[in-house]
Design a protein around this ligand. Structure first.
Ligand code: ADP
Ligand code: MG
Length: 344
């Protein structure tokens, strides 16, 4: 490289060494236990992993939505535009939720008001953020809803959530989330409840809106197939940890962690009809009985004695930014990993 100086990437969000624990009556549940991820400005980061790996707790930690649960950020930083937001007051966190970070969930009905017309709900979002007239807000709401590709927008503005299909409700949620031009959109399994055709349409829509609005997206899913459609970078989570991280090409063409490979083998592909998909044998361990060593070792076909005893740190893989928490990768780029004793 000419000059040789390293250009710092512009991360809109950085989660550093995040530990989020639930202090329940029968013990501490370490739902997120040392997560580091970076969301580059204008890009989409996928967080993927089976149910129970700590994806939603990570997003709730970013949103500041742990109140009302027994959960607490025990350690770590969440940097928004370089500024830590963990220690901010509830009021300041609420403002960030309104202005800078929006979230859409799997089930839009939990966030839509069942007794309020769609149009009024979007207008309310607009008016919370902008000092414009009600008429202008209505026009803005209608324009945003049109962008999401729903038919008969004029009519839908006057309808109630129960009158809409699941896919339409998810589009309304996206309109509500994006109408305030957030810097970051967190989407937690936004298409999981939808059938495949509608799912594909919603992913197209998110890709298109990302281009038009420049919003950075944190996309959470249990489905690596969905990740391929929408993400630039991927963090694979297991048992509250990131086990592999890299750009989408590295993860799909050179997956190095046996867990990632297991997830990839369980994606349905065209031509697979009739074939049985491989799912990863065994279950995610109960957080109260976490295995020693690598948390995936009890399910891993390659696990050795060392894996069961000692948890690996991250090893660098040959591709830029690709790292993996597996002892098998210890010598993958020997010169870099030599003497690191399981950590980068
Ligand atoms: N409110 C809660 N109280 C106690 N434990 C919780 C709570 N929410 C989540 N957990 C635990 O945290 C872990 C991670 O959960 P979650 O982030 O929802 O997983 P994912 O979204 O990846 O499916 C699970 O073991 C879950 O049981
Ligand atoms: Mg979840």
């Amino acid at each position: 490289m000419i000059g040789g100086s390293e250009v710092a990437t512009d991360n809109v969000l950085e989660i550093k060494n995040l530990h989020t624990y639930f202090y329940t009556d029968d013990g501490v549940v370490k739902a997120v236990d040392g997560v580091d991820v970076e969301l580059k400005r204008g890009s989409t980061l996928g967080i993927v992993g089976e149910s129970g790996s700590g994806k939603s707790v990570t997003s709730l930690s970013v949103m500041g939505l742990l109140t009302g649960t027994k959960g607490k950020i025990a350690e770590g930083e969440i940097l928004l535009d370089g500024k830590d937001i963990v220690s901010l007051s509830k009021e300041e966190r609420r403002k960030i939720r309104g202005n800078k970070i929006s979230m859409i969930f799997q089930e839009p009905m939990t966030s839509l008001n069942p007794v309020m017309k769609i149009g009024d709900q979007i207008v309310e979002c607009v008016l919370q953020h902008e000092k414009i007239s009600k008429k202008e807000a209505y026009e803005k709401a209608e324009k945003m809803l049109t962008m999401t590709g729903v038919p008969r927008v004029h009519h839908m503005m006057k309808e109630y959530p129960f009158q809409l299909s699941g896919g339409q409700r998810q589009r309304v949620m996206i309109a509500m989330a994006l109408v305030c031009k957030p810097e970051i959109l967190i989407a937690d399994e936004p298409t999981t409840a939808l059938d495949v055709t509608i799912q594909a349409q919603i992913l197209d829509l998110m890709n298109q809106l990302k281009k038009e609005t420049g919003t950075s997206i944190l996309f959470i899913t249990h489905d690596l197939g969905v990740v391929a459609e929408i993400c630039d970078d991927v963090a694979v989570m297991y048992c509250g940890r990131v086990v592999e991280k890299g750009d989408v090409k590295s993860i799909f063409y050179n997956p190095s962690h046996p867990y990632t490979r297991g997830l990839l083998a369980s994606i349905p592909r065209v031509g697979d009809a009739g074939k049985e998909l491989q799912s990863i044998p065994g279950n995610v361990p109960n957080p109260k009985y976490m295995p020693e060593g690598c948390k995936f070792a009890p399910r891993c076909p390659y696990a050795k004695e060392k894996c069961r005893k000692e948890e690996p740190g991250f090893f660098r893989m040959p591709e830029e930014g690709h790292i993996s928490r597996c002892w098998m990768c210890e010598n993958s780029t020997a010169s870099e990993n030599d003497g690191q004793k399981g950590g980068v």
